[in-house]
Write a protein that binds this ligand. Sequence first.
Ligand code: UN1
Length: 511
Amino acid sequence: MSRNQIPTAESLQQQAHDAAKRCGVDPERIAGDRPHRSPINGESLGGIRWGTTDDVDEAVRRSHQAFLQWRKVPAPQRGAVIKRFGELLTEHKEDLGTLVSLEVGKITSEALGEVQEMIDICDFAVGLSRQLYGSTSVSERPGHRLMETWHPLGVVGVISAFNFPVAVWSWNTAVALVCGDTVIWKPSEQAPLCAWASAALLSRALEESGAPADVSQVVVGGPEIGESLVDNSGVAMVSATGSTRMGRAVGPRVANRFGRSLLELGGNNAAIVSPTADLDLTLRGIVFAAAGTAGQRCTTMRRVIAHSSIVEELTERLVEAYERLPIGDPLAHGTLVGPLVHGDAYAAMQAALEKAQAAGGKIVVGGERVLADEATDAYYVRPAVVRMPEQSEVVTQETFAPVLYVLDYEEFADAIALNNDVPQGLSSALFTQDQAESEIYLSSEGSDCGIVNINIGTSGAEIGGAFGGEKETGGGRESGFDAWRGYMRRATNTINYSGELPLAQGVDFSV
Ligand code: UN1
């Protein structure tokens, strides 16, 4: 099948059902009456079955029962289940990758990369299962000892978005399970098949080890499913990925019942390009981060802030590169840009381009719909680059589509100010060969984001680091470093072996 031909509905549906079955998805689930559309051709992938809010209540009840058993399983044995899950993911990498492409339109290489990210977090979590370290400390009292112990939280609710339909769940689940929590997942409505397929593989790993089956559950459905998880006081923690608007609703509702939330929300990621930057490397870094995944990552580069001495050359080279981008069927070999997820994303992109032009911006390349005609419910666009005179309102907003705004600067401090002068704080990058600039950018006077890179684009983080951002991005951290602590509760223990009862702070309370 060529990139310029959109595949037929029958062929995609067949591929989807075959891949889902090979992963162990119950065929009942893919025989419902809920429409389920592929962004590749805008046509049906076959009906599916949605769950109800009653299913959520039942899942929470069962998850809690499973938790009472699971928390007693030694962490390294929980890790062994995740190890097996990683093996099953490796075995079914292609099936899952195909489902990711079919349901959300990712190109094959990125879809396989997403599954690799799941395998990587499994490896990480297996190691972690023997490294859930706590501290000990000295006591101010004789014959006393201070230490911390870490315990699982209970039921963790995971709400994930269409653009990383399985990897983000895996970051949460692999770590949460090793920590001794149980997980209920509300995947994106757009991607139920890859969710069921991933969950079926995890269930197989759990079953083989004799673990309680309900350690991992999935409830597919609309926003009401997410809301039930958010409001259910049996859910100790809600980890939610999506828009800032969604996070603004989730955060206070979970906090109101004193639950814990982990939010991964919008980004508006910039790269500063210094006059010393290696422009070949910079160009490659920008194009992958800005046009990759059709601009639909939370880490997508949305702004370039280039020094005035190189901004024109850089923009020209971006135009050349964008004109050559192979856009089309994400399953076809060589495609680099697949479709937008749906018509609303296309409309949002067009609205942003209009606003940018009204604010004095000039579209230097892209923005137009390609491949599919007006009558098709599939939206392929050429990623756009817009030269902006200043950071106007539209530039400070996240539009979940491939629009890259180019701004310029004279003084490095001004570039940092522009980098930070947006409500979001997820990812950022500096392309430079000037060591002092690089150190300043990484310092407390530099980027205010959760991810701050040098000579690498804003997207494509490895799982080994903590992932997340500040300000309207929500403050959550997932995957690497010590993000596991977010999935556990800490107890501080004071142990007295002195046979006396001296009080802290020298308080005398003798009776
Ligand atoms: C997201 O877009 O929600 O750093 C996650 C990246 C990926 C994860 C993105 N590893 O781009």
